[in-house]
Design a protein around this ligand. Structure first.
Ligand code: SAM
Ligand code: SF4
Length: 475
């Protein structure tokens, strides 16, 4: 890890673009006029991103009529932009060594209860084989922040994972959640073929940030972290994920700041974030953090709906930190990606039982149901679980990914690819019950397609997968 002072490694023109006083000002206005709220909801249906001021109005609108309008509009926009697909992935924790002392995290350096471990190459292979045997195709690798976890090590791990094959299984997209890097670091990691690189700001409220992340630790440098995605863009990584950890400070402020961050990246680099994450604080080993900002379920749904409307083309990720019921509800309002079958103890895919072991994980999960169970529930709820990785493999990222907005993109690419990856799962891994539910869904989706050459092509690809055992057919 580069030990230079971080100020020497910022992006060109790095700045604290979160104008805190302005955001607080926007949030301190009186309750908005319901007519204005309706206008903003109508604008969001045109799929234009909302401004910070418009987002602030939605955040403040808490009368029952506006909230009902918010939920129904988010539900509609989600269906119009993303259809009924839900993308599935799994987290893979590589190592929990950490030099930081984040007040909320079980991996913090001062937590003597944490069992520290970094997976060896052969242990990584065992984890990946287990994930492939479940049917996973997309992973996110998670690292603590430590000199051992250099960009070279991250890149080597990614390459190794792409090479692991178990039967018909393979990992086709590896995303990363790790400390922000300098430009050189991003270039090294990008060269290994990563998907999205996620860096969560945790809180955009500087005084809270400073309390949660002690000075003298790498993460204690607020600006270095805030600038992390700008450096990535400058290094040629255009597929980035942002996030905030909800429960550290007022959710209203954090939502507005996430939208501001997104608008900033869009303005400066012509591309917004690929994904936004909004984890809520979970219990963790060695952590006894009390804040007055915990977000209740109702406000959690509101914030998801607001993000959906404010940044219509950014994927929203909801992880297994939340329980099954919350995840099911949140999918209605904008979530487009979830993890499933997740275990976050280091080595957890091969070494744990039905119980979670707090000392071996960063925090405890709310949903550890097997992948097959989650897929079955999604199918029964009318969703199409998708393992699609086509866009990134064909270079449809960054500015091109924004072409997602072009009419017909979903019909031409996303739906066909979702159906073929679902068919692969059904053929190779599904239980009989899930297979039956999935076959029914494939038929419903095919029946809903207009009779065009595209429908014939999708139908033929499904037949090849289900009857001939063909694989990895995508457009
Ligand atoms: N160590 C890197 C970092 O901090 O950027 C990688 C990410 S960390 C392993 C993954 C994320 O987990 C953090 O960014 C934080 O938002 C989240 N997290 C940490 N402690 C948590 C907790 N107790 N509950 C929920 N999420 C937590
Ligand atoms: Fe380390 Fe990340 Fe946990 Fe902070 S959140 S203690 S940096 S693993």
């Amino acid at each position: 890890m580069n030990q230079q002072p971080t100020t020497h490694r910022l992006s060109a023109g790095a700045t604290d673009f979160i104008a805190s006083a302005d955001l607080q000002g926007l949030l301190s206005q009186t309750r908005p006029d319901p007519v204005r709220v309706r206008e903003i909801l109508a604008k969001s249906l045109t799929k234009q991103p909302l401004s910070a001021m418009e987002t602030a109005i939605l955040i403040q609108a808490d009368d029952p009529e506006s909230i009902a309008g918010l939920f129904s509009t988010a539900n509609r926009l989600k269906r119009e932009v993303y259809g009924n697909r839900i993308v599935l992935f799994a987290p893979l924790y590589i190592g929990n060594q950490c030099v930081n002392n984040c007040a909320y995290c079980g991996f913090k350096a001062t937590n003597s209860q944490a069992i520290r471990r970094t997976l060896s190459a052969s242990e990584i292979e065992q984890q990946v084989i287990s994930l492939e045997n479940q049917g996973h195709k997309r992973l996110i690798l998670v690292f603590g922040e430590h000199p051992d976890y250099s960009p070279e090590l991250i890149a080597q791990t990614v390459r190794h994972i792409y090479d692991v094959r178990s039967g018909l299984g393979e990992i086709r997209r590896v995303n990363i959640n790790a400390a922000p890097l300098d430009s050189e670091g991003y270039k090294i990691v990008k060269s290994s073929g990563i998907g999205t690189y996620q860096v969560f700001q945790e809180t955009y409220h500087r005084p809270t940030y400073q309390t949660m992340h002690p000075a003298g630790t790498p993460k204690g440098d607020y600006l270095y972290r805030l600038d992390g995605l700008s450096r990535a863009f400058e290094a040629g990584c255009d597929d980035m994920g942002i996030g905030a950890l909800f429960g550290l400070y007022d959710w209203r402020y954090e939502v507005l700041a996430l939208v501001t961050h997104s608008l900033f990246l869009q303005d400066r680099y012509g591309v917004g974030p690929h994904t936004i994450s909004f984890p809520r604080l979970c219990p963790a080993s060695g952590v006894d953090l009390k804040t007055r900002y915990s977000v209740d379920d109702r406000d959690f749904m509101r914030l998801i709906a607001i993000l959906r409307l404010a940044v219509p083309y950014t994927g929203l990720i909801l992880t297994a930190r939340e329980n099954a019921a919350i995840r099911r509800e949140a999918m209605k309002y904008g979530v487009s990606q979830i993890d499933a079958g997740s275990r976050i103890e280091i080595g957890g895919y091969t070494e744990t039982s039905a119980m979670q072991v707090m000392e071996r994980e960063q925090f405890s999960l709310g949903d550890i149901r097997p992948l097959d169970t989650v897929i079955r529930e999604l199918l029964q709820d009318g969703y199409v679980p998708s393992f699609c990785t086509a866009c990134y493999r064909l270079g449809r990222t960054g500015k091109q990914f924004m072409e997602f907005a072009i009419p017909g993109f979903i019909g031409s690419y996303c739906t066909p690819n979702a159906l073929t990856t679902l068919a692969e799962y059904l053929a190779d891994y599904a239980s009989p019950e899930t297979r039956a539910a999935g076959m029914q869904r494939l038929q419903v989706e095919l029946d809903a397609m207009p009779d065009t050459p595209r429908k014939a092509a999708v139908s033929e690809r499904l037949r090849r997968i289900l009857e001939c055992g063909d694989h990895d057919l995508y457009v």
